[in-house]
Ligand binder design. Structure first.
Ligand code: EPU
Length: 337
């Protein structure tokens, strides 16, 4: 175990923000993790995994643990399903590809989501009609203070839209070390109705799609809309889509009859923040090295040397304009540190 000093975190966060960790340690095993948590000289711990859902706005005056524990193991199976234990440091998309290679279904719609498996439960990642909670079985997490490992069931994780226990009451208290995911071996439930998946499949003449076909369609759609963090710094959707109640929605849709929306229940209507932001004229705009992606206004980007504060400043301007134009308050989805 090697504890380093004053390490730049630029390559450890997909936004590419250059802040410094006072101390830094790469964790490749559960044993290392348990050892490092027992060191009394580092009372403050900060965890970074894929670094794909955070905006770093300050240097980190703590011991930064980069969780890089690998491993994928089948822990149980029936004729139709399989439960797989995936260690926290596995890259999410590599895991999706592994599941497709084995013809295991359930996560194909979540292809190409950046980040690691260990952080996927924190914000209940989701895309194209499927969320992690749909395949999640349980996860193991170490309590940072007591070093006791606890297994969290699905209900204990209290998942919501881009929300979970780990983002609220459990924030900064646990380090997720592995996630158990339940996939299908046969009779896969295909989810092609969201957005442009059907259109993409039809374009390729596919009428009877396999899980691999769906994954390929999602990859094509994502590549056409979302910037690749290896090419341009970003954290996916920066904001959550706001959810309006019936009264708010009725007044909104009366004034904006062309707005897209998604009815979640009789009293909950999700409105795409990307649409609201585009209507405010921000899509494709650049302010120094901070900008709004030109193909999806929900994504803020770092063209090179933007600081976390530059991104925050832009986000605040967007929040103000959306509020002024639509009287709708939008909130960041990424964790602002
Ligand atoms: N739209 C615009 N302008 C834009 C962006 C979107 O008018 O700049 C409109 C689209 O035309 C469409 C609607 O908004 O009618 C929805 O757009 P899209 O299908 O791209 O999805 P989204 O609601 O903007 C959410 C997730 C994405 C996920 C996609 C697909 C959130 C915060 N974001 O975006 O997740 O990939 O659906 O399922 O829920 C992420 O979390 O990092 C992420 C990329």
């Amino acid at each position: 175990m090697n504890i380093q000093k004053n390490i730049s975190l630029k390559k450890y966060n997909t936004f590419g923000i250059d802040v410094t960790a006072k101390y830094f340690c790469e964790i490749t095993s559960l044993h290392d993790l348990s050892e490092v948590l027992q060191l009394e000289e580092y009372p403050n711990i900060f965890v970074i995994s894929g670094g794909s859902n955070m905006l770093l706005t300050n240097n980190i005056d703590a011991l930064v643990l980069h969780i890089n524990i690998k491993g994928i193991t089948i822990i149980s199976e029936t004729n139709d399903t399989v439960t797989v234990k995936v260690m926290a440091g596995e890259n999410w998309h590599q895991f999706v590809l592994w599941s497709l290679d084995n013809n295991f279904g359930g996560i194909e719609n979540m292809s190409l989501i950046p980040g690691n498996v260990g952080t996927s439960p924190i914000q209940n990642i989701g895309a194209y009609g499927v969320e992690l909670k749909d395949v999640f079985f349980s996860c193991e997490a170490v309590n940072i203070k007591t070093q006791i490992t606890k297994t969290f069931s699905k209900s204990e994780c209290n998942f919501g839209y881009r929300e979970s226990f780990f983002k609220r009451e459990g924030k900064d208290k646990f380090i997720i070390t592995s996630v158990n995911i339940k996939l299908t071996k046969s009779n896969h439930t295909l989810n092609t109705s969201y957005g442009t998946i059907d259109t993409e499949l039809a374009k390729n003449g596919i009428t009877n799609p396999t899980i691999k076909d769906i994954s390929n369609a999602v990859i094509t759609i994502r590549k056409s809309k979302l910037p690749d963090p290896n090419e341009i710094g970003n954290s996916g959707s920066f904001f959550k889509n706001p959810i309006l109640n019936l009264k708010e929605f009725s007044s909104f849709i009366e004034k904006n009859p062309k707005a897209p929306y998604y009815k979640m229940s009789e009293d909950e209507y999700k409105v795409p923040a990307g649409w609201l932001i585009e209507q405010c004229g921000f899509k494709g705009k650049r302010f120094g090295d901070a900008g709004v992606h030109d193909k999806q206004a929900l994504v803020l980007v770092n063209y090179g040397d933007a600081s976390g504060k530059d991104i925050i400043h832009l986000a605040q301007q967007i929040i103000n304009e959306v509020d002024k134009k639509f009287e709708i308050c939008i909130f960041p989805e990424v964790n602002i540190i």
